[in-house]
Design a protein around this ligand. Structure first.
Ligand code: GRF
Length: 201
């Protein structure tokens, strides 16, 4: 594929960025996309150094500078994104709630990974909630981002059996392994224009 025909992918993070790393490392060779920016809302996000080590441009828009003014924060996000000219946004552990203005602007071009089998357990503390409910399995989902939190069309899911003695931490660690397989698989398919859901394993 010609380099100028490839899609440009911006990855938004808040933390360690392990999903960001697996996404970035997947975009090589004949992959129809390349990372163009890693953008964090936290200046201390561990993923920033990992992105730099991979040679990916980074930017920080610290939400704390905006004192609750979500519109101003999102305008600053869009300014940073516009410079990088992404075709697709991947939210990867990005821990800010986005307004309908932002999600509408990026509609059809923005993905998120969530550590539950959506539509179950939108929001936080997904693993503990699955354990408390006595579920037999947990997992993760990649979905399109819409105005509804964790509510857009599902583009892929991976299931993880819950084992006796699991804690939220042990379960999270096993789900994360699947996140690292699922998100690159979905991104590759999505970048090629195919929205058929990916099912793992
Ligand atoms: C992942 O479990 C993701 O699903 C959740 O936050 C975690 C981020 O991990 N939203 P990382 O920053 O990709 O390592």
């Amino acid at each position: 594929m010609r380099a100028d025909a490839r899609k440009r992918v911006a990855i938004l993070i808040s933390g360690s960025g392990s999903n960001m790393v697996t996404l970035a490392k997947s975009m090589t060779g004949d992959h129809p996309a390349r990372p163009c920016l890693v953008l964090s809302n936290r200046p201390d996000a561990g993923g920033l150094d990992k992105a730099k080590a991979l040679g990916i441009p980074t930017a920080v828009v610290d939400h704390q500078d905006f004192k609750g003014d979500r519109e101003a924060f999102e305008n600053a996000l869009n300014t940073a994104l516009d410079e990088a000219r992404p075709d697709i946004l991947c939210l990867a552990g990005f821990m800010r709630i986005l307004t309908p203005v932002f999600t509408g602007h990026w509609a059809g071009r923005c993905l998120n990974i969530h550590p539950s089998l959506l539509p179950k357990y939108k929001g936080l503390h997904t693993h503990q909630r699955a354990l408390d409910a006595g579920d037999a399995e947990a997992g993760c989902s990649v979905h399109e981002v819409t105005a509804e939190l964790d509510g857009g069309p599902i583009l892929g899911q991976a299931r993880v059996p819950i084992q006796p003695g699991d804690t939220a931490d042990t379960l999270a660690a096993r789900v994360l392994v699947q996140e690292h397989l699922l998100y690159p698989a979905v991104l590759r398919r999505f970048t090629a224009g195919d929205r058929t859901p990916v099912t793992l394993p």
